[in-house]
Design a binder for this molecule. Sequence first.
Ligand SMILES: CC(C)(COP(=O)(O)OP(=O)(O)OC[C@H]1O[C@@H](n2cnc3c(N)ncnc32)[C@H](O)[C@@H]1OP(=O)(O)O)[C@@H](O)C(=O)NCCC(=O)NCCS
Length: 179
Amino acid sequence: MENQTNHIIEICIGSEEDAKEIVAVHKASWIATYPNEELGITKEEIETRNWNDSERIKSMQALASGENLDERLWVAKEREKIVGYAVGKIKDDNELSAIYLLPEVQGKGIGTKLMTEFLNWADSQKDCVVDVAAYLADTIEFYRHFGFEGAEPLPVIDVPDFPAAKKIPLIRMRKKAVG
Ligand SMILES: CC(C)(COP(=O)(O)OP(=O)(O)OC[C@H]1O[C@@H](n2cnc3c(N)ncnc32)[C@H](O)[C@@H]1OP(=O)(O)O)[C@@H](O)C(=O)NCCC(=O)NCCS
């Protein structure tokens, strides 16, 4: 499959060996996306989160193990390098619990490929939901593009390994079940 970067982008199920590379993508994507002057959220605070915490890596490995059929991890690879990933979980709703790309590959259709995998995998009898930081206007547009609507405010909770005074306001967007 050829994408707009002119490189082959392969979407596959993540494996346990991918865990560290996935966490590195998560970190780079956060650094590029989450700083917010108004809320006082700085790049430095994001950089110094405990990204290589063994629990974080272990939970990614558990997801990749495929033991739980209600959870799935997809990775986007460009020439064997992981450039993005997404995580889906089927609970009361189909939850897109993560979708992150390296900053340099954003806006080229890779997020669409990952989202399509999630939507095809999701239980068609259930709504799909995603929680997003309320100030990420571009990301909210991306979800709207796929039919996610609304902005249900979620309780403000502490972000793990983040200064307690810095809260990230989250909203929940929902795409109604078709079935
Ligand atoms: C959000 C993200 C996964 C989207 O993936 P992407 O590959 O950049 O998006 P795509 O190129 O597939 O865009 C698909 C559509 O979404 C919309 N969209 C994407 N980026 C947009 C932007 N910056 N502004 C407005 N609309 C946008 C457009 O409608 C676009 O369709 P078009 O290209 O036909 O106009 C990616 O940009 C990313 O990792 N962002 C940073 C991390 C993040 O916010 N993750 C989600 C946390 S909840």
